[in-house]
Design a protein around this ligand. Structure first.
Ligand code: HEM
Length: 465
């Protein structure tokens, strides 16, 4: 039996603006409460009467599978957030659709095969070594240096993705991206969810800041791309992602033009930086607050990585650290909310989602669904033991999305995260300074309060001793 749209349950919200303030001020709490109070498909009403819009949250693994996977053709990346993202970082793989998208994915996909990605392990190892050197150089107060895990992992993940993208030109890019991306990210997020969007051309302080950040990012990418083009084939040995993207050819000789190349680079920086940083930062925080699991992870890191740099082949020998990361991404999925527009009426969990409606799926909510995750708030990496994973619905855990638009960088993200976490665990003792961390939602989920960890060199087994 199906139930009409009007009968889909949902919060009434405020009489004047519906759930507008709840969703803009505390989106994560609002989605979690809506699921708890109203179930797997929830109708939200937003805005004043007369201008009110409705949209739907879909939280069951089965429903998410329909939206992202089996009926993905009914759900397109069309909403104000994607419009803003496209205006700010261009029409790259994350934002493009239809023919443009098919073409780009065909050209880019071969650069993200497992074999290719394994080749980026050297860049990850190099950045992980730089990080341990940095932590070792922190002046040690009473029993260890204090670092903010969120800041440290943001810096590390940016350097790692910039290194695989730009190779030798990493420093030039990192400085600009570090300054400009947070500004642009906030601008896109604020505009994407604003009740009223002021035209980008109006000279408001926010528009000026957004435009300046965008100019700086475009300029550095364009400059590096132009320098590469000028060097031409002299640089045959270069194997960074930018060079490979520039050389990528389709079957009929199709290739990315310089603007498309820049758009892809920006998308990789955007999609591959704060996402991985969030996963790593929360993994560190969880380990720092859970001594028993930390010990198991440290033992594995010491045994597998004793006295040497990590390689891609180590990934398979670090199953516990992999489980820690998966559990960290369950509790704190960097892409906590994923939006689509229904272009055809679709029945989900017995409810009719009308054509034209905006739909949100939320890894954060599904990952805490009590029917699929017993005691959902508890940190327990063993939920990801192979026998337990096998029992679970494919879409009970989907930090990388799913279906045709699933994350192209997921293998790289896992490789980077597991290897670097292994190195840090091998080299440092960790203890939480901040036991509790508040969450905030921007383009990615992040910590809204300090996430400090006391780190002390462990000596013996590691390189750092
Ligand atoms: C822990 C780290 C990461 C997480 C949690 C993550 C999450 C996601 C999610 C949920 C999507 C799907 C978005 C949607 O369906 O609307 C996505 C797409 C994408 N991600 Fe990631 N990502 C991560 C790391 C990376 C990295 C390292 C890269 C690149 C180097 C990357 C590049 C992309 C791209 C290009 C897309 C668009 C793919 C397409 O539409 O074909 N991501 N990511």
């Amino acid at each position: 039996m199906t139930t009409a749209t009007a009968l889909i349950p949902g919060p009434a919200g405020n009489p004047l603006v519906g759930s507008l303030f709840d969703l803009t001020r505390r989106p994560l709490r609002t989605y979690l409460a809506a699921h708890r109070d109203h179930g797997d498909v929830v109708r939200f009403r937003v805005g004043p009467p007369g201008l009110r819009v409705e949209f739907y949250g879909v939280f069951s693994p089965e429903g998410v599978q329909q939206v992202l996977g089996s009926e993905a053709a009914n759900f397109r990346k069309e909403n104000a957030f994607y419009d803003e993202l496209r205006s700010s970082v261009g029409n790259g793989l994350l934002t493009s659709q239809d023919g443009d998208y098919q073409r780009q994915r065909r050209l880019v996909q071969p650069l993200f095969t497992r074999r290719r990605v394994d080749g980026y392990a050297g860049a990850v190892a190099q950045e992980a070594r730089a990080l341990t050197e940095r932590w070792n150089a922190i002046p040690v107060g009473g029993g260890g240096g204090v670092v903010d895990a969120a800041e440290e992992m943001s810096r590390f993940a940016l350097r790692a993705v910039a290194r695989i993208l730009f190779g030798a030109d990493v420093e030039e890019a990192v400085a600009v991206v570090d300054r400009s991306f947070p500004v642009l990210g906030e601008y896109v997020w604020d505009r994407g969810f604003a009740a009223i969007r002021i035209p980008r051309t109006w000279p408001t302080p926010s528009n000026r800041r957004g435009a300046e950040a965008q100019r700086a990012l475009y300029a550095v990418c364009d400059r590096i791309i132009a320098e590469r083009a000028a060097r031409g084939d002299l640089d045959e040995d270069a194997d960074d992602l930018l060079t490979l993207l520039g050389r990528a050819r389709g079957e009929d000789g199709e290739q990315l033009d310089p603007a498309e190349l820049r758009d892809q680079v920006l998308v990789f920086l955007l999609a591959g930086h704060e996402t991985t940083a969030t996963s790593l930062a929360f993994a560190l925080h969880l380990l720092a607050t859970h001594p028993e699991q930390r010990k198991l992870a440290q033992q594995e890191a010491e045994t597998v990585l004793a006295g040497r740099e990590p390689t891609a082949a180590d990934l398979e020998s670090l199953p516990y650290i992999t489980r820690v990361l998966k559990e960290s991404m369950r509790l704190y999925p960097a892409a906590a909310l994923v939006g689509r527009r229904a272009v055809a009426e679709t029945v989900i969990d017995g409810y009719v989602i009308p054509a034209g409606a905006q739909v949100v799926v939320s890894p954060l909510v599904t990952h805490r669904h009590p029917a699929h995750w017993p005691d959902p708030e508890r940190f327990d990496p063993d939920r990801f033991l192979p026998e337990q994973e096998k029992e679970r619905h494919r879409y009970a855990w989907y930090p990388f999305g799913g279906g045709p638009r699933a994350c192209i960088g997921q293998h790289f993200a896992m490789l980077e995260s597991v290897l670097s976490l292994g190195v840090l665990l091998r080299d440092f003792e960790m203890e939480a300074v901040d036991e509790r961390v508040a969450l905030a939602q921007g383009i990615t989920l992040r910590a809204a309060s300090p996430m400090r960890i006391r780190v002390t060199a462990r000596g013996a087994a590691g390189l750092a001793g």
